[in-house]
Ligand binder design. Sequence first.
Ligand code: FE
Length: 177
Amino acid sequence: MKIIQLQNVAIMFFYFVLVVPGNSQLFAQDQILIKKTVNSNQQTPTDSMKRTDSEWKRILSKEEYHILRNKGTERAFTGEFDGHFEEGLYICAGCGNKLFDSETKYKSGCGWPAFYNALPKSVNEKEDNNYGMERIEITCSKCDGHLGHVFNDGPDPTGLRYCINSVSMDFKPNEKK
Ligand code: FE
């Protein structure tokens, strides 16, 4: 009898102390992900791509530094890639990380280059509550440079709109076969 009671206590301990709080946390995280979108391939910026502020200032143009390192935003409808629809890959202007395939680029009309998906493990997401808005910031997974934001009003198949500054990217056209 005693053994059975002990077993019950152990099971209850396991359930209430370990399982319930764990599930609640998972549930809460799910809720946030559902509400906030998106891509769960979070990466830690690699050490090799971590640079000091003065290094970034030296490497990047003034405009690139402003947007990539200080989270600036280019003026709508002014970016080099807003109306750019060639085949190829869009890479990070800070570190060359491959970010977006031209196949996922579409005309959103928002004034910035828009993609419905990012390449796997290419970008990270962070909550951005600046300027009184609840947004999800997108950063390069390798150098942590600011790219833009992701919204839930994109087309199929993801329903996402990665709204990205042209200045944060360079373009690598597909090589002709
Ligand atoms: Fe980068």
